[in-house]
Design a protein around this ligand. Structure first.
Ligand SMILES: [Zn+2]
Length: 80
C-alpha cells in the first residue's frame, strides 16, 4: 500500500503528529483535526456552552445542545 501524504490539520495547533480525524459540524461539514486540535475544539465548545461571551459570565442555562462536543474515537479517520 502506498503511503498517503500527510493530511493538514484545520486547527490552530500546536498539532499532534499522528492521526487526522473528521470532526462533524453538522450538515455534512467537517473539520479535519489532529488529536490536540480536536481537544481544543471540544474545549472551545464547552466554553461557548457554559459562558456567555458577551458578559464573560457563566450561563444560567448551558447550551450543550447547541455546542455539542465530539468523541475523538467516533471521528472518521482521514490520515496520519
Ligand atoms: Zn492540529
Amino acid at each position: 500500500m502506498i503511503a498517503e501524504p500527510p493530511v493538514p490539520c484545520d486547527g490552530a495547533g500546536p498539532h499532534y503528529p499522528g492521526e487526522i480525524r473528521k470532526y462533524p459540524l453538522g450538515d455534512g461539514a467537517n473539520l479535519l483535526l489532529c488529536m490536540f486540535c480536536w481537544a481544543d475544539e471540544n474545549k472551545y465548545r464547552y466554553e461557548q456552552a457554559t459562558i456567555n461571551p458577551d458578559t464573560g459570565l457563566h450561563r444560567t442555562r448551558p447550551l450543550h445542545d447547541e455546542w455539542p462536543q465530539q468523541n475523538w474515537r467516533d471521528g472518521e479517520l482521514v490520515g496520519g
